[in-house]
Every structure is written in C-alpha cells, then in structure tokens.
Design a protein. Sequence first.
Length: 105
Amino acid sequence: MTRTALPGRRGNVTQRVTHTWVNGKEQHLLVTFGYDDRRKIRELFCADFKEGNDMHTLIGDACVAISLLLQHGHSAQDVSNKMAPAPQSLLKTMVDAAITLEKDL
C-alpha cells in the first residue's frame, strides 16, 4: 500500500480517553485524532506523559507507527483487531477510541 499524504491543514478532534490498567486503576489521557476529507482517522497524538521519560517516548513513537498504518490504508478497526484483546493495552484503548470517534464524524 502507498502512503496517502495528509493535507497541511486537516480536521482534528481532541478527546479525553480513559484507559483502565490491569490493576483497575484508571488513567485519563488527552488524545488528538486527525482525519482526512473523507472523515477517516489518519493520525493520533497523545502527550499526557512527562516529557523525557520512557513512557512519553514509547507512546509518542507508537502513535507515529499507528498513524503510518492508518495513512497506508489500514483502518483503525484493522489495527485494533491485530492487538491483544486482553489485557487491553493503552494503545488499543486509543485505537478503539478512534473507531468510536470515526463513526460520529
């Protein structure tokens, strides 16, 4: 698949997404979802972790990787289906939020 470049200006929505960790603790994240002119999610960003720590770097890199998959034609549902169903990861929570948002766009 060929990557579809996004326009310099594009729509986006920022939402609070709640992830529940295995121990039951909830974490609230602010996630920005960018979408194309067909209202398909094509990128996501999350910067709710302290800059300079391992989690900040890991989540930032993972968001880039997921965004590239979405820009290469994979749907958010395709990406979610390939992720482990349980325990649900923080990344899967964000991708599933993208699926829900896309239905509402």
